[in-house]
Design a protein around this ligand. Structure first.
Ligand code: NAD
Length: 248
């Protein structure tokens, strides 16, 4: 029996990087997954590869509450319920000292990295309760636990996301909903590739005890574990997956 047989999932930001690895893992373990992403073409390609009987693309801007609500309605309309969600879509921003951050940029980052998670929980949780219970993973970062110079909007979003996760877990534990957050350290994804030179990547690798960055599959494996019934006593946790970054 596969871990997620007969379960329906939504993965935001599922077209690339960590989200893509999560989608692949969930489908491998028997779930049917809505790949909710701004990148419609990328989500469509992944759905075609995995098979549209188990993966469907849905174009969404997660910073738009109505669009997030529509994603949940789509999943329920297509597959009759919702049991799993990974609120993973996120963006970074150019390194800027806090006082120099443009106010529109601040709101843009918080919209995609933080408010999106509130919208996700707000609409996913009632659908999961109606489906008999469920589990949610919110994608934080090690920057949900420690700071990073020049990234106040991102770091603020990820810290706040951890608090939101804990509170949602307390609000809904009695109704069969588990809510947890994962804190990856630096992961080899397209997002990181866009902003890093090879030399910067090597310096970054040295901040991890393993002297390398994570592979997206390593984050997906922990995500799947926490979503699965094997983690039935886990809720309200923030779980770093960081190659020793925070142990230094
Ligand atoms: N890569 C890392 O080192 C790292 C480390 C810790 C945490 N994270 C977190 O993991 C998550 C995924 O990051 P990644 O590195 O896989 O990024 P990525 O850029 O490879 O993938 C992000 C996906 O989100 C989608 N997306 C972006 N904005 C969106 C929006 N407004 N609405 C819908 N979809 C949107 C993109 O189209 C893309 O497919 C993010 O929340 C990020 O903060 C990443």
């Amino acid at each position: 029996m596969k871990l997620f047989q007969d379960r329906v999932a939504i993965v935001t930001g599922g077209a690339s990087g960590i989200g893509e690895a999560v989608v692949r893992d969930l489908v491998n373990e028997g779930a049917r997954v809505v790949i909710a992403d701004f990148d419609e073409a990328g989500a469509g390609r992944l759905a075609d590869e995995l098979g549209r009987d188990v993966a469907l693309p849905f174009k969404v801007d997660v910073s738009n509450a109505q669009a997030v609500e529509s994603t949940v309605s789509f999943a329920v309309a297509q597959w009759g319920g919702l049991h799993l969600a990974v609120n993973n879509a996120g963006i970074g921003a150019p390194s800027t000292p806090l006082a120099d951050i443009d106010i529109d940029d601040w709101h843009r980052v918080l919209g995609v990295d933080l408010h999106s998670v509130f919208y996700g929980l707000k609409y996913q949780i009632p659908a999961m309760i109606a489906s008999g219970g469920g589990a949610i993973v919110n994608m934080a970062s090690i920057l949900g636990a420690v700071g990073w110079a020049g990234s106040a909007a991102y770091v603020t979003s990820k810290h706040a996301l951890v608090g939101m996760t804990k509170t949602a877990a307390l609000d809904y534990a009695g109704q069969g909903i588990r809510v947890n957050a994962i804190g990856p350290a630096f992961v080899e994804t397209p997002a990181l590739g866009k902003t890093m030179t090879d030399e910067e990547r090597s310096v970054l690798a040295q901040k991890h005890a393993f002297n390398r960055l994570a592979r997206p599959e390593e984050i997906a494996a922990v995500t799947s574990f926490i979503l699965s019934d094997r983690a039935s006593f886990m809720t309200g946790t923030y779980y770093p997956v960081d190659g020793g970054y925070l142990a230094v």
